[in-house]
Design a protein around this ligand. Sequence first.
Ligand SMILES: Cc1cc2nc3c(=O)[nH]c(=O)nc-3n(C[C@H](O)[C@H](O)[C@H](O)COP(=O)(O)OP(=O)(O)OC[C@H]3O[C@@H](n4cnc5c(N)ncnc54)[C@H](O)[C@@H]3O)c2cc1C
Ligand code: FES
Length: 245
Amino acid sequence: MRFYPVDIEERRELGGYTLLSYRWPDGSVQPGQFVMARVAGYPVTLDPFLARPFSFYDHDGEVASLLFEVRGRGTALLDRAPERIEVSAPLGHGFDIGANGTPAALLGGGIGVAPLKILSRHLTARNVRHDIFLGFAEARFAAVAAEFPGSKVATVDGSEGTRGTVLDAVPDLDRYGAVYACGPNPMLAAVKRVAGEDSVCQLSVEERMGCGNGSCNGCVVPVRDGGYVRSCIEGPVFRAEVLAW
Ligand SMILES: Cc1cc2nc3c(=O)[nH]c(=O)nc-3n(C[C@H](O)[C@H](O)[C@H](O)COP(=O)(O)OP(=O)(O)OC[C@H]3O[C@@H](n4cnc5c(N)ncnc54)[C@H](O)[C@@H]3O)c2cc1C
Ligand code: FES
């Protein structure tokens, strides 16, 4: 996989998350696509050995941004990268916004809110009416909701918005013709159960990834017809009915 060194244009804290922006004027980005990213210096540093996957938070044609939560070594190093990081070109299959019914519901759980910004931008450009629902553990993370005007928020501890999960903030999910969701697998499985039978429901999975290019099979998800598919190549966005959970 080819990596491109890019200079960080902006670094900002958003709630409990970090937003990193860099120039990416090369072509379009589909909402739901991701990059593999690592701090600059490879192969001198080899730390971490593997780049990490991140959804595009936004891309305006010139500047791309990633929104991430510091979880372990890879994200901690990116968080304090001085000026430059290395990113792959956009990867994977994102949300199919041509196949949607309306109105659309966008649901994000925790850092799963990341791809909803660019998705909302694209839906707005197509005049697709949509509502945004965001779920977080606590108010500290919910601060990012300010970036999603008009969104409805739930927190597990009740410190902001509705108490409960993101689904508690959407009393009527089955009335939406299109549902787009990103978050932990149990949340996605619950969204799949609750979405209307006739709705087009697309889920962005966040499996752990080793290579991001289809060669390690580290990111597979079970599918209904039997067997597994690689979420870095066939996903990370899947139609809900394809997934075996
Ligand atoms: C397609 C895709 C898009 C993603 N988009 C984003 C994004 O926009 N923003 C963001 O912050 N994160 C995103 N992630 C998750 C992100 O890749 C991981 O948080 C990151 O790799 C952790 O690296 P680390 O070295 O900091 O932590 P590690 O040391 O590798 O792990 C630290 C902890 O995080 C857990 N963890 C690591 N990866 C994942 C994962 N994929 N899912 C759930 N738990 C994990 C580990 O089990 C461990 O408990 C995405 C993942 C995928 C597959
Ligand atoms: S991450 Fe290696 S095959 Fe998907």
